[in-house]
Design a binder for this molecule. Structure first.
Ligand code: COA
Length: 155
């Protein structure tokens, strides 16, 4: 039987101080800031940047072109997307079709959320199971599919 076996692990990662990564995880070509924790069964792809004091919980997928600020919480099984199938199917490596996502600081993303390519400002909470399809520019709590404002921050 012929098959290709690719190794997983921590490869070519620019690591801050006091970073914890629980294995098995597949993390390559990205940067992870100081005091950030990454739980097991996480994939973080190349060129991703994650700031300081973040927590990435198990089973999350953070794809190329995602940037995450400081003090962010990425819940369990959070899926980021960079390929919108804009030509009717997967871009199949045509990265010109991929789109980026920027997450500010102090953003908490509930478990099982899907984040399409968007910008999310600082001081935002996304409820569990949300699907974020549009930019979020007002600090507050957002829930549902498609995610809508539940309440604005009063602070
Ligand atoms: C979004 C969230 C922060 C809101 O918490 P809250 O402010 O205490 O909100 P409430 O529980 O008072 O709910 C307010 C309304 O939003 C709805 N709601 C709450 N969470 C929701 C969610 N994730 N998706 C859809 N609707 C939600 C409630 O049903 C309620 O609706 P109603 O007014 O029609 O009854 C919280 O429910 C949540 O999803 N947290 C994520 C937790 C998580 O994933 N942790 C990961 C580590 S375990």
């Amino acid at each position: 039987m012929h098959y290709k076996e690719l190794a997983i692990g921590i490869i070519n990662v620019q690591m801050g101080e006091n970073v914890t990564i629980v294995m098995p995880s597949n993390i390559y070509g990205c940067s992870i800031g100081n005091n950030t924790f990454v739980g097991p069964f996480v994939e973080i792809q190349k060129s991703v940047s994650i700031g300081d004091n973040c927590k990435v919980q198990s089973h999350s997928f953070i794809c190329e072109l995602v940037t995450i600020g400081d003090n962010c919480f990425i819940g369990h099984g959070v899926m980021f997307i960079n390929d919108l199938f804009s030509n009717g199917g997967p871009a199949m490596g045509n990265k010109e079709l991929w789109k980026s996502t920027q997450i500010g600081n102090n953003v908490s993303i509930g478990s099982n959320t899907t984040i399409l390519p968007v910008n999310i400002c600082s001081n935002v909470v996304i409820g569990a199971g949300a699907v974020v399809t549009k930019d979020i520019t007002i600090p507050g709590t957002y829930v549902g599919n498609p995610a809508k404002l539940l309440k604005q921050n009063t602070k």
